[in-house]
Design a protein around this ligand. Structure first.
Ligand code: 5GP
Ligand code: MN
Length: 332
């Protein structure tokens, strides 16, 4: 089922179509920690599509829909569960490589004889489902779910199109990153024909900053640092400098990433005393997920993350040392 190297994308496996086809049933669509647009857009798209054909669908995850994504159609149905209330015969996860990222909810909701359908595009997916459809060639899980709904013959309504377009839009950095393929753009075009308005979605994602955001941005941007050889740019954000809502709404790692000549960009954010959340971005030839794996994180070759324990300064030093080693090592 894995399609690691081929540029021709894998179609949805027959077993996946059989699980979601037929006469319907009861399903939990389960999200991961700090849900982003790819996981939410795909879960909501599957949920809205299964609704149409008589499934009983529950959508939930360990953390709430962040405010900038509350415009996604169906987002109000997404429940936040501190722990699993009961089990489900079918649990569907999307965009989630590792069951730990569901904070115990998968263990608490799966049934011994039930099915877990794991749909993802992360190359390091741990295949924790009873059925795993993993396609690292997909720019976003949104592309895979588009293919899935088409293969199932389900109608892509305007609401579904908004969810899938947003998933693909964000995972490709608005169609700017190297994962954007002709296929990505064809799918996006079809989603626009189905009723996803690109201008409205861009407005909701990027033009809804609260008035105090630019001042916080100024505070953060002056902290960007660049290595003497110009290849690494990083941004370390101490706790309390800016609001949590601001950090959640902004892709701050994009600023060090935007500097010419930078091959690896790093955002280090002190989440709690002694806990530093790290985002890594590579441009082209560096597999930053290898760096993330050294700290028990993961992700894609060009976009990965991990959590490091220690002070902000200590974590910065450790991660930058690992990045420098990766830059010296064989090119991937
Ligand atoms: P971001 O930097 O936007 O939080 O995440 C970029 C990518 O890295 C995403 O694909 C995400 O799944 C992955 N990622 C981020 N943080 C972690 C982490 O702590 N553990 C793992 N396994 N993956 C992460
Ligand atoms: Mn994704």
């Amino acid at each position: 089922m894995r399609e690691m190297t081929s540029s021709v994308r894998a179609a949805p496996p027959r077993a996946v179509l059989e699980t979601l086809g037929g006469r319907g049933g009861e399903a939990l669509l389960l999200g991961h920690v700090h849900p982003d647009a790819d996981v939410l857009g795909t879960l909501l798209a599957i949920g809205l599509a299964l609704d149409q054909v008589g499934w009983s669908v529950t959508l939930a995850g360990p953390h709430p829909v962040p405010p900038p994504l509350r415009f996604l159609p169906g987002a109000e149905r997404y429940e936040v569960w501190p722990r699993a209330p009961r089990t489900f015969p079918l649990v569907v996860t999307t965009d989630c490589p590792n069951p730990r990222r569901m904070e115990g909810l998968l263990e608490g909701t799966r049934e011994p004889a039930g099915a877990v359908l794991n749909i993802d595009h992360h190359p390091d997916n741990q295949e924790y489902g009873t059925l795993n459809w993993i396609d690292p060639a997909a720019a976003a899980t949104g592309e895979m779910v588009y293919e899935l709904l088409r293969a199932l013959g389900l109608k892509i309504t305007a609401d579904i199109a908004v969810n899938l377009f947003t998933a693909i839009h964000t995972d490709t950095g608005s169609f700017r990153y190297s994962n954007t393929t002709p296929r990505t753009l064809r799918i996006a075009a079809d989603l626009v024909e189905c009723g996803a308005p690109p201008a409205l979605i861009s407005d909701r994602l990027y033009q809804q900053r609260p008035p105090d955001a630019l001042g916080q941005l100024a505070e953060v941007l002056r902290r960007v640092q660049i290595s003497s050889d110009g290849q690494v740019a990083w941004l370390a954000v101490p706790r309390g400098l800016v609001s949590d809502a601001f950090v959640a709404a902004e892709e701050l790692v994009n600023y060090p990433r935007s500097v010419a000549g930078v091959r690896v960009a790093v955002l280090l954010r002190e989440e709690a005393p002694g806990v530093v959340k790290v985002s890594l971005r590579g441009k082209g030839d560096i597999a930053v997920n290898r760096v993330a794996h050294r700290f028990e994180g993961g992700g894609h070759e060009n976009a990965a993350g991990c959590t490091v324990t220690g002070t902000l300064d200590g974590a910065t030093e450790e991660v930058l040392t690992a990045v420098r080693e990766a830059l010296r090592g064989p090119r991937s």
